[in-house]
Design a protein around this ligand. Sequence first.
Ligand code: A5A
Ligand code: ZN
Length: 478
Amino acid sequence: MVEQEKDAALPAKGNFSEWYNELLRIAEIMDVRYPVKGLYVWHPFGFSIRKNVYSIMRELLDNDHNETLFPLLIPEHEFMKEAEHIKGFEDEVYWVTHGGKDPLEVNLALRPTSETAIYPMYKMWVRSHADLPLKLYQVVNTFRYETKHTRPLIRLREITSFKEAHTVHANWEDAAEQVEEAIRIYQEFYRRLAIPVLPSKRPDWDKFPGADYTIAVDALMPDGKTLQVGTAHHLGSNFAKTFDIKYEDPTGEQVYAHQTCYGISERSIASLVSIHGDDKGLVLPPEVAPVQVVIIPIIFKDGTEVLKECEKVKSTLEEAGIRVTIDASDRRPGAKYYRWEMKGVPIRIEIGPKDLKNNAVIMVFRDSGEKEQVPLNEIKDEVLKRFVTIHANLLAKAETALNNRIFDCVTLDGIQGKLKQGIVRMPWCGKKECGLALEEEIGAGILGIPTGQEGEKSAKCPLCGTDTGTWVYVARTY
Ligand code: A5A
Ligand code: ZN
């Protein structure tokens, strides 16, 4: 191995935690050396993945939401208005108390989320039923003084890529429909990332502070723990009453609005790199790969002809909107393969003198490792066709991995054994005591009730023995 390669050796993915940290470093996604706990730096390559991922989110939302941008600082008196919300967040807020040496007249919270920044403005913006529904979103940084173990992209104190949508509706039912729509949008978003997610209704004690209820989507990480990668909250008229958000209905009466909010963060990228990556590094679905095709010239003596052909192939692909790089550095081909495999480039094209004689190139696919000879005049079509199948393969593989790791269990012993491997589905009577006792006894919590559940077979809650038709997901969580 050349020096460079040894430096960059990645631990096997079986050792997930180490693999994850090293992958973020070697593939140049995040630099974790910033000297504040829970704050990390995006490398340009990682940021480029982020850009592609978030443009999918924007595309899905821009359909019928508008993008906006609110201030980072929230005055204390606004932040302190909604009692439940305060209770949920007060231990997590960073406060700005000084301007230079002067104490501020009003302390300012760094937003941990933006309800209390946005809703005082909604009070002024919402006047009539004709203003509804109002659907805005923003992509911002938020700050949470997290006390659990911080990890890059997973648990941050500065969440740098917080997409939060805030909607206002005429009544409770419309808001409930919007929560369902939000979950559909998140499922589509994750489908585009080739990640299957499980939507479930959180138990009451785990809902968003100030909400009527919360639906979350979870992804299964390679170590069998789940990661909550998105949430949608029905806020009822709780915030509307606190912030006095009313509208005039068609009969001229002033009525409180109903609201929802829903958010995702760079956890989406944590799940993306974790679920698809392998022992060689990143594996990216083509749509979000910063480099979609890398061309490696195989040069022996005079490389003029080969390089000319590489440029030609590059232009052809670029004309079709494909992101292409030629690696013409003087590294050995093996070192180049290694490098671009680490970066998750979906397709590698090798072009050498022998290939030119055959009027063909060699294509190698990152997801399967498969090789194929492709005639020069078919390269573009083949690449576009393969992008579709690569995405489908990644999704199918992730779906199989998920389905193989969901286990139905009806006894505490059974649950404990299976939790090491993945997610358990168990009957639950619905009582909080049983939910909390479960956490106590086996150290894993109820994720929630799968959405759309009906007609399940009846079974006994393993904690209290009550018969129930409700089954919940239980998992070890990040
Ligand atoms: N205003 C609503 C949308 C809200 O704040 N919801 S939330 O608290 O549930 O956060 C939305 C999503 O952000 C979560 O589902 C989770 O995926 C992500 N998230 C929350 N805290 C995070 C943290 N400390 N680091 C990274 N992501 C986080
Ligand atoms: Zn019970």
